[in-house]
Design a protein around this ligand. Sequence first.
Ligand code: NDP
Length: 445
Amino acid sequence: MDSRLERIYEEALKRNPTQPEFQQAVREVIESVEPLLLERTDYQEAAILERIIEPERQIMFRVAWQDDQNKVRVNRGYRIQFNSTLGPYKGGLRFHPSVTLSVIKFLGFEQIFKNALTGQGIGGGKGGSDFDPHGKTDNEVMRFCQAFMMELSKHIGADIDVPAGDIGVGAREIGYLFGQYKRLVHRNEAGVLTGKRVGWGGSLCRTEATGYGLVTFTKAMLGTRDDSIAGKRVLVSGAGNVAIYAIEKVQKEGGIAVSISDSSGAVYDPDGIDVELLKDIKEVRRGRVSEYAELRPNAQFRPDAKVWGIPADLALPCATQNEVDANDVREMIANGVKLIAEGANMPLTPGAIEIAQAANLLYAPGKAANAGGVATSALEMQQNASLQAWSFEAVEQKLDEIMLDIHSTCLSTAQELGVPGNYLVGANAAGFMKVADAMLEQGII
Ligand code: NDP
């Protein structure tokens, strides 16, 4: 890395110690936009990089709530309002015991560039808590969400900051959060949260959007090599919102998704994942992937295993950050995988990305490949603002257009920067330039 950029990175390390995920995300962006940062003296003079890696606002708060035994529980809540250059802060809420300030900051940082790529007027933010929804009753989840919103409500609004779901936050949690917000502010402000149920301000196709968009992007990547998804065997990790709808869309395209996983292990189903059974287990019963394996004749559950050793053509990591390391990619390559597109945020470690790119795999970062979720959240905001409800087909068509547009932006930017076919550089540089140019126009703030 150039010495000037190295100094900026060192300063970020000093300012954000013990934040490995955030440091990893910052380093990836700096390295991949290095030629651009060195060439653009206007960015240097205006300290764009130094400003873009510093969140505009970081909010941390106590969330105290009572469980069903009336025991008082304490969690920590976060909202990082990272960058509002392009519009109100926008990004999900994650409820998972692994949540730390570092995790929320890496997610908020990535969100800036992802949101820029969608072409919609949305800034970057992220939030969440170390609350673990697993094993909690509906009433406990409701009380936690209400306590969380007591503080969060002071910082959000349809024109300020618009949270949505992420790991551990689906339509049930968004419902409880929205109900509490409405009660606190005494008005029905539909655009304050996205991922709402369709009956009260939600958008059709929002539930499907991240997974569907990921597969549309994957199809476009394969198209550059005159190939398609039809007949391909596909590895999917995770078993949540993104994984389920990626699997559904793979099947619509004629592919065969053969795996799912959760934090207890991996399932290999050689007959192809039965997506309706999976939805019933995960969305209705809130069960584990091992239960899926028990109900399918040829499926095997492998406790504590990953899915990456299973022979396949394509890989879609859809669980969590750093779930794919260099050895996993080596194993994938040995087993026939030719493409990796990230449904999760930062699922590949830096070493894994290096191996994938060195082997000339088609590789797309989450900033581009999973942007369909937030893009459709912005479509939900548009519907709320205009008091309209669009059809499923209308939203899906817009989603497809946005994903194909992001795909071509990544390719054309990579081409201009002399690294044709490099989706990582294309996505980071295109997103960065969009925000940086607007920051120049808005002055030193
Ligand atoms: P869900 O909570 O619906 O599902 C997450 C899945 O990943 C679960 O199966 C979960 O298993 C598994 N998982 C989570 N953490 C771990 C872990 N530490 N080890 C192993 N498995 C784990 O979340 P989503 O599907 O919404 O999110 C998945 C990923 O996609 C995340 O990286 C998220 O940031 C990203 N994303 C989501 C978007 C959305 O619209 N929802 C948009 C863009 C990106 P378990 O139940 O055992 O924890």
